[in-house]
Unconditional design. Structure first.
Length: 240
């Protein structure tokens, strides 16, 4: 994998209608680490992620990789909607990006990733036959298959039951290590397990405050005392 870049936002402003969502925002998304974004609904987390991925252009300022190269082709995206093609099998959905680019597909690797997300018996199924949580796991396998240095994830585990969610956090924490990852979540435990850096967004226009991160390598254990203490502090802060 090519070296993962840092991503720099300089003087970024974004307006939707009259209300400014961002004004003069300066932020560096660290290279090769997992940055977790938290904040109330509607504060602008998805909009920030979309700017990082080049899906929305800022009204002011610039968003660019710190290595000076284009971000195009270096980003894998996992949105709130799984965006699975309804007429393609689970296996074909995982390899969709490669097919669309005309790259050689690797069924062995796709099968291995589907095994990792617990869907090895569903490779030939169509998405409509899966539950919401299973579809989310297909989308996770697809992001992992893309093998990109930058990975942007918008509430990737929101539809999962708590046991499967903990397993997918472990998998994502291990398999995305060393990449530049930005993950949005509403779940303080998820944030404390996965964050190398944690940012809490609040206000209009939005500001970003760095929160303390528990010690230890990602993914941290669900019952790690440092994780549990940080989780309750974070929840208290989010309630304010
Ligand atoms: N394309 C758009 N056109 C107009 N307004 C938009 C657009 N996209 C987002 N907004 C508005 O910008 C604000 C922030 O939306 P955004 O989806 O970024 O919030 P969020 O923090 O990710 O929320 P959630 O946690 O509910 O997903 C909201 O008020 C939303 O209505």
């Amino acid at each position: 994998m090519p070296a993962p870049p840092a991503i720099q936002l300089e003087g970024v402003g974004l307006d939707f209608g009259a209300a400014p969502l961002f004004r003069n925002l300066d932020l560096c998304i660290g290279a090769g680490i997992m940055t977790v974004l938290l904040g109330a609904s509607g504060v602008g987390k998805t909009s920030l992620l979309r700017m990082l991925g080049g899906l929305v252009a800022p009204d002011y300022g610039r968003v660019a990789a710190a290595d000076g190269q284009s971000l195009a082709g270096r980003v894998a995206w996992m949105g709130q909607q799984d965006l699975l093609l309804p007429w393609a099998t689970v296996m074909d959905n995982v390899m969709l990006g490669a097919r669309l680019r005309g790259d050689r597909v690797d069924r062995g690797r796709a099968g291995h990733l589907l095994d990792c997300v617990g869907l090895s018996s569903h490779v030939a199924d169509l998405p409509a036959t899966l539950s919401g949580g299973m579809r989310q796991r297909v989308a996770l396998a697809r992001v992992l298959y893309e093998d990109r240095p930058v990975v942007l994830m918008d509430e990737p585990f929101s539809a999962l039951d708590s046991v499967t969610r903990a397993r997918m956090q472990d998998l994502a924490g291990r398999m995305l290590a060393g990449r530049t990852v930005v993950l949005i979540t509403h779940d303080p435990l998820e944030a404390c397990r996965l964050a190398d850096r944690m940012l809490l967004m609040s206000g209009h226009p939005a500001r970003l405050d760095a929160m303390d991160v528990p010690a230890g390598a990602v993914p941290r254990a669900v019952d790690d005392p440092g994780v549990l203490a940080a989780q309750s502090m974070l929840l208290r802060r989010m309630l304010q």
